[in-house]
Unconditional design. Structure first.
Length: 385
């Protein structure tokens, strides 16, 4: 059976994106077990529950966050593992009634280890303080959540669940294969790939397993990860096997044959970005040109309209006949005096003297106010002679 398993594993690894050496994995597992046995005399209780993990190093930082669920042939958790299930609040039911309802549902479906059920209302009220959340985090090994309230949990459970890699996993409680889904999640593992770095870690086995079981779990985990990663090409650079206290032992290192392909992909991506930038610039220029053309066309139209209006006004002015204005001649003062002298009227016009109190010069006589203007001029001439 072992020979058949190793043969199938090598075939699967060779047909995949990279070939994983099973004998190298087995050597690493045996060395890790020997190291843990040598340190078991100091902390025996801690080493019984110590986890064995895979450390994956990628060639580049992923662009998107991804969670990969891995179903393992040998379960990580024992039957005594404590599991908690967050459920929604059923209408027209109290918290105790909803808890009984879901426990009864799981027993009817045939689930062996029934998890602890906590309704969403209880989580909001009883586990609101920070100390209560820490106690809840330490009391359970795995957390499951109803898919109908999964998006509402992060604001209520806090960041410590995600820091300690105990984030709840969503379960569809209305599915027909509910028992299989829960057992797969309880006995399997999950890998969280983030955009923050090129390294990620996933639990694969524990120290209570035999070497063959650890090898089987590691091979299946590597195959599922390589098939479900969203990154193109050979994305995994190095794979290490380690525990929380041991040194990381390498079980796979990729060759450098595909680096040219990665460089070509990067060059194509850069060229595509440059083409996009050029297109944006061209579109901006064309838009500005069209705007300027529109402005100039509007100016021309307005100027043409103004010229046409001016021409129309000029034609209208030319067509209209301008009336000739006849000046009215105002009679001079001399003509008025001559007319008065001919008629012999006694009335004499008043002299326009600025100051009437002016004294006459020496040798001049006072002129009567009633004397006409012609007589005054004659007297002046006589005095001058």
């Amino acid at each position: 059976m072992r020979v058949q398993f190793f043969h199938t594993c090598t075939m699967e690894a060779e047909t995949g994106e990279f070939s994983l050496d099973i004998y190298q994995v087995k050597k690493a597992v045996q060395a890790l077990q020997a190291y843990l046995k040598s340190t078991s005399s100091q902390n025996l209780l801690l080493n019984e529950t110590q986890q064995i993990c895979l450390l994956l190093t990628l060639w580049k930082v992923p662009k998107q966050d991804q969670t990969i669920r891995i179903s393992l042939p040998h379960g990580l958790r024992t039957e005594s593992a404590e599991v908690c299930l967050f459920t929604r609040d059923e209408p027209n039911m109290t918290a105790d009634q909803t808890e009984r309802f879901y426990k009864k549902l799981l027993t009817q479906r045939g689930l062996r280890n029934i998890p602890e059920v906590i309704p969403f209302k209880v989580l909001k009220t009883e586990y609101k303080p920070f100390e209560a959340k820490r106690r809840l985090l330490g009391n359970f090994d795995l957390f499951l959540a109803d898919a109908r309230i999964y998006r509402r949990l992060p604001s209520h459970i806090g960041k410590h669940f995600y820091e300690r890699k105990k984030a709840p996993l969503s379960v569809d409680l209305e599915s027909n294969h509910l028992v299989k889904d829960i057992e797969r999640l309880v006995q399997g593992t999950t890998l969280s790939v983030t955009k923050k770095g090129s390294c990620c870690m996933v639990r694969v086995a524990h120290t209570g397993m035999t070497a063959d079981k650890i090898v089987e779990n590691t091979v299946t985990a590597v195959n599922t990860i390589s098939s479900k990663l969203r990154m193109k090409g050979k994305s995994i650079k190095v794979i290490h096997l380690k525990s929380h206290t041991s040194v990381a032992l390498p079980i796979y290192t990729s060759d450098l044959s595909h680096l040219n392909l990665l460089e070509e992909e990067l060059r194509k991506a850069r060229l595509a970005k440059g083409a996009q930038k050029i297109k944006k610039k061209n579109t901006k220029k064309t838009s500005l040109k069209t705007k300027n053309m529109d402005k100039t066309s509007l100016k021309k139209k307005t100027s043409d309209n103004k010229d046409e209006e001016g021409k129309k006004v000029e034609h209208e002015e030319e067509d209209e006949e301008i009336p000739q204005l006849i000046p009215i001649e105002s009679p001079n003062k001399k003509t008025k005096l001559e007319a008065l002298s001919k008629t012999g009227s006694k009335k004499t016009p008043k002299l326009n003297t600025g100051d009437r109190n002016l004294k006459p010069r020496q040798g001049q006589k006072k002129i009567s106010k009633k004397a006409p203007k012609a007589q005054v001029q004659k007297k002046k001439k006589v005095t001058s002679v």
